[in-house]
Ligand binder design. Structure first.
Ligand code: SF4
Ligand code: F3S
Ligand code: FES
Length: 232
């Protein structure tokens, strides 16, 4: 199929503001948006800049806005989009070049919720046992690949870049509900601050954007309830 492929370009060394560049390309039935970007970069314009690594929906590095929706370029087939495709950088984060955004603010929020296992008890001889039911409690939120599609689809984050955002809350959830972990109070204290989880207005954009199918809004509600329960 013949495709008109538009890329929002921005080179901070040359451009005062972003602009669209249009390419005509022939795509095969199994081509994904990432394949088209690769072909354009390798065959037509080596200066096109974007992140990618695994090409199989695992590393989370190629999240971008595709025809207005946050998606992973390696998981979207061209044939499912039609003959007109437009790709833009994620919204709400500073654009460094073309489709590459500065992920520092995103990872700062992630780090703020202590996204690692905390337990000061002496290490057991074998593993720390956990029942199947207790493991199930946070199974969904273990699946995050830190692609930022959720946080950059959130209207609250667009207007307030200091909002910790859904990805940080998802990763807090993963440990708060882990029966072996002891750091929940610290994480909840951070999430209870002015730019924490009470900023969420239940917009659901994050849940719709997540390429891993994580029920993000539900996870946020669960953390809110846990915080209220612990304070009473
Ligand atoms: Fe990406 Fe989903 Fe993780 Fe958000 S929760 S960073 S959309 S994988
Ligand atoms: Fe934003 Fe998701 Fe809440 S889109 S407002 S974090 S439900
Ligand atoms: Fe790794 Fe798409 S390149 S998720």
């Amino acid at each position: 199929m013949n495709v008109t492929f538009r890329i929002k370009r921005f080179d901070p060394e040359k451009d005062a503001r972003p602009h669209w560049q249009e390419f005509k390309i022939e795509a095969g039935p199994m081509d994904r948006v990432l394949d088209v970007l690769n072909e354009l970069k390798w065959e037509q314009d080596g200066s096109i800049s974007y992140r990618r690594s695994c090409a199989h929906g695992i590393c989370g590095s190629d999240a971008m806005v595709i025809n207005g929706v946050n998606r992973l370029a390696c998981k979207v087939l061209v044939k499912d989009l039609g003959n007109e495709i437009a790709v833009e950088p994620l919204r709400g984060l500073p654009v460094l070049k073309d489709l590459i955004v500065d992920m520092e603010p995103f990872f700062d929020a992630y780090k703020a919720v202590l996204p690692y296992f905390i337990n000061d008890d002496p290490a057991p001889v074998a593993e720390r046992y956990q029942s199947v039911e207790d493991r199930e409690r946070f199974d969904a939120t273990t699946k995050c690949i830190l692609c930022a599609a959720c946080t950059t689809s959130c209207p609250v984050f667009w207007t307030n870049g200091r909002y910790l955002g859904p990805a940080a809350i998802v990763n807090a959830h993963r440990f708060i509900f882990d029966s072996r972990d002891q750091g929940a109070d610290q994480r909840l204290q951070t999430l209870n601050q002015v730019n924490g989880l009470w900023r969420c207005r239940t917009a659901y954009n994050c849940t719709e954007a997540c390429p891993r199918g994580i029920p993000i809004t539900q996870a946020i509600e669960e953390v809110k309830r846990e915080l209220l329960w612990r304070r009473n």
